[in-house]
Design a protein around this ligand. Sequence first.
Ligand code: TA6
Length: 281
Amino acid sequence: GADGVSLERVVINGPQGASAEVYLYGATITSWKCDGKERLFVSKQAKLDGSKPVRGGIPLVFPQFGPGDLPQHGFARTRRWTLQYAEEHGQGVVVNLQLKDNEDTRASKWPYKFDLLYTIDLTATTLSTIIKYENVDSQPFSFTSLMHTYLRVPDIASTTVTGLKDVVYVDKIKGGGDLVEERDAVTVNANEDRVYVDVPGIVKVNYGNESIAIRRFNFKDIVLWNPWAEKAAEMSDFADDEYPQMICVEAGTVASKISLNPGQTISCGQILTFEGSASHI
Ligand code: TA6
């Protein structure tokens, strides 16, 4: 869209000061606050006018992860989703957004009829994001999909990622697949871009005495990414000095494809849980 267009967004106020914000553009969650702090990273230079995917928050990657026949990471993160409903429940707030095929997607290299229902659920200490994918076409289709979560951290140098030990990964920077993670606590001190394949359990991002736990279902893989200085310099929507305040730990199925027959659905998603030091919330 033209610069200066202010995109529609939904502000979600949950219990105990928890809050979230989602732009209908890409259904991109751009804020998740709990225990008084912003837990997601959005670049100071992110475009919030629909001119390009938001550099931060939780962009939705569908139907293609990475480069390929479609624009990088597919079209879901640059389409306008429609708000179906938002309502309070006992422990928080649930918001439903929908995306369907349109003439542009049907004219693309991925021309299938689909229906996505995105459910965002906010409680005092959790943010759950689930997509129900439905094949409403007359033929089967396959896709890759991922939630490109940018977590805010005080300093990458004192951040660890646990839950990846013994997992096979592909290193997209150094090249090579079938590597095995040997560390209990993975640290990042350079440009990293890794796809951990078939991650079995809970992955946690730990900083200071706080953690964000990432629980997944039907999302097999975890992508770990930090652009570091060299790649940050190449992105116009990412300031040069921001990479120490973020880490991308992304739940998805990207090393294999999800296939749906006509009429079939699958729900995939993640639940982010804030685990603070004092469990005073
Ligand atoms: O996070 C993994 C990744 O695929 C990286 O290779 C990098 O390209 C990143 O996504 C950001 O992609 P984007 O298209 O949003 O600039």
